[in-house]
Design a protein around this ligand. Sequence first.
Ligand SMILES: *Cc1c(COP(=O)(O)O)cnc(C)c1O
Length: 360
Amino acid sequence: MNRVYNFSAGPAVLPEEVLLEAQAEMMDYNGTGMSVMEMSHRSKAFDQIIQEAEQDLRDLMKIPDNYKVLFLQGGASLQFAMIPMNLMKNKVADYIVTGQWAKKAWQEAQKYGTANKIASSEDKTFSYIPDCSDLPISENADYVYICENNTIYGTKFKTLPNTKGKDLVADVSSCFLSEPIDVSKYAIVYGGVQKNIGPAGMVIAIVRDDLITDDVLPQTPTMMKYKTHADADSLYNTPNCYCIYICGKVFKWLKKQGGLEGMKEHNEKKAKILYDFLDESKMFKGTVEKESRSLMNVTFVTGDTDLDAKFVKEAKESGFDNLKGHRTAGGMRASIYNAMPIDGVKALVEFMRKFEKENI
Ligand SMILES: *Cc1c(COP(=O)(O)O)cnc(C)c1O
């Protein structure tokens, strides 16, 4: 077996302990004589899996009782439509556009009502988080929308925007469970799990319960009403059973790592190693403003696209995979999610130092 250090932005690295456990249970889960993949979602064994997963997530994030936890399909991208369909009572929402994912969400919302772009960082290729302390929030906005961590450009909101009393909706796909958050500050916090939690194909949406109603836009499909899934405890139809099972294992792993406080400490340590190197390097430099730096997605360039390509190629040959930046951003990106060990980041920096010496 030859595992690489995998810096993929998503689907992404998972804890080895979790993969080994899943491997051990592949043929016979807990005495059932079958794999979780082969099991009815109405079975006792699966019921325990989903209930424990929800409870462990609630414990980790300290989710208040008036929030529902929903395990949904369609990826984070389906939420771009589901959110306006369920929340746009006045048909007005305000979007803060700090990257491609926020932009896509904003564009999708325009199909359902007036989606205002109230702030953006596109003028400097999304390399910073704009000041959101006093934005022109619409008087009748149903919600204010952010993408909290920008996977592609490597920025993160360090403070939440001042929504002037309006509900805040946040896409946390690429910073999910990377540090503690105060769920009560959000109306909806959601994310695709394939970045920092589990396999692809599922979203976890944490939704304040007063927003879960039948009062949705006309023609909203049954499958796209939060209430459909909330009423059925995420078992309205067959959920992504295997994904829920793996996520559940990751939640237990996170608890063992000291929960989200432990994760935050670990993630800050890892990111500092890489950012400190970028700040001292003569060849590599970070592409975002220091105050907006993400702990999860670290973007950098050499300033020469041929040299970038050479770096990505040689890094891969040395066991550091998926360092190429997003196709719309170029350069390099090291995604250093929860499951990336500190040794992986240290080894990457060593490799970068060596590459710099050889190519300067
Ligand atoms: C990856 C990503 C998405 C899209 O996720 P899908 O599950 O592929 O739809 C949306 N938002 C953010 C912040 C992401 O990182």
